[in-house]
Ligand binder design. Structure first.
Ligand code: SF4
Length: 353
């Protein structure tokens, strides 16, 4: 439960931080996982939202956050949930290793005294799926630790505020060094959330609204009229491309043939449409059943963090309802929403939103 904030001490020493907190007190976003002004956030809510928000937008996360809280209102409930049910509820959020780590982390926290999260960055980092950024964010927002929280939005704001000319990712060290002395001892959680709000609403990547910004009189990039030149990007390299074939099989009853991915690796443990796997050179054909196949002209294209996948879809419809091949199963279309099907395979089946 949210508890009263413990450390409403004197204002921050850095006038820029003071200006930012004043702005935040007037313009803070209302978010489902955010505590009311003057209250401390529930660590479970902060952790859940931060894990969901990695690589995903606030608007995408909101319905998932509501669904998870309705199904599992606290960490003990989530820790006791069945893996497949959690993966199914996660389906569509992508980056499924995070869902697996979410379950592992919930169980690790539930096993602690009082099922409480560690309150320090160091303690939080020892949990599954919690990296440097997430540990800092939870420590600051849920426990008011003076952690240096840097996500993509904050990185942009600070790179502009200080006009840091070093390209990313090398600039990260300078950004952290510039931010550290700005973190106020009294309201570090609000300070981090204020920077997040500023980065997402005002100091936007393309059209920063410098006139409305609390840093407008102190920002070096704005003073030089070069806001969008920062952060300086590294030279672009093209993404690697991988190819493969997915086999979309329907039986006489219209059911779809699905498998389950291995417990390790990309999309671990999720459901899949049978496929050849993927590589830089398309792997050899390996259809799961003997049949006449029709290949769709355009491949399904899906972009992962480190490569772009181009998957040819081969389709067939069987006349009868045979026993599925070993390791595969028939799933009725009406039951697909309950399957932990990643977006890639939803696209293959043609049900991606
Ligand atoms: S003044 Fe402009 S560029 Fe500088 S931090 Fe504010 S919005 Fe960003």
């Amino acid at each position: 439960m949210a508890s009263p904030r413990l450390s409403l001490t004197a204002g921050p020493a850095d006038p820029r931080s003071r200006a930012l907190l004043d702005w935040y007190d007037r313009h803070r976003r209302v978010l489902p996982w955010r505590a009311l002004p003057g209250r401390r956030s529930d660590p479970y809510h902060v952790w859940l939202s931060e894990i969901m928000l990695q690589q995903t937008t606030v608007e995408t996360v909101k319905p998932y956050f509501a669904k998870f809280l309705a199904l599992w209102p606290d960490i003990r409930a989530l820790a006791a949930a069945d893996d497949q049910t959690v993966l199914s509820a996660w389906a569509g959020l992508g980056y499924y290793a995070r869902a697996r780590n979410l379950i592992a982390c919930a169980r690790a926290v539930a096993a602690r005294p009082g099922a409480g999260f560690p309150e320090t960055e160091e303690g939080l980092r020892a949990l599954p799926g919690i990296g440097a950024y997430t540990a800092a964010a939870i420590a600051a927002i849920a426990f008011d630790e003076p952690a240096v929280v840097i996500d993509g939005n904050i990185e942009r704001v600070i790179a502009r505020l200080e006009a840091i000319e070093t390209p990313l990712p090398r600039a990260k060290v300078e950004i952290a060094a510039a931010l550290r002395p700005m973190v106020p001892a009294g309201r570090p959680g609000d300070f981090a959330q204020a920077l997040m709000d500023l980065g997402s609403g005002i100091c936007r990547p393309r059209n920063p609204d410098c006139l409305l910004c609390p840093f407008r009189s102190t920002c070096k990039a704005a003073a030089e009229g070069r806001a969008t030149a920062f952060p300086v990007k590294p030279a672009r390299k093209g993404k690697a491309i991988r190819h493969g074939t997915a086999y979309l099989v329907r039986d006489g009853a219209g059911r779809i043939l699905l498998g389950t991915r291995p417990e390790r690796g990309l999309l671990a443990g999720m459901a899949e449409v049978p496929n050849t796997g993927w590589a830089e050179t398309a792997p050899p054909d390996s259809p799961p059943v003997r049949a006449e196949w029709t290949r769709r002209n355009a491949p399904v294209i899906h972009v992962f963090t480190h490569f772009e996948l181009r998957l040819i879809v081969a389709e067939t419809r069987l006349a009868d309802e045979p026993t599925p091949p070993a390791g595969l199963r028939w799933v009725a279309e009406a039951d697909l929403p309950g399957e932990p099907l990643p977006t890639l395979f939803r696209k293959v089946i043609g049900i991606a939103g």
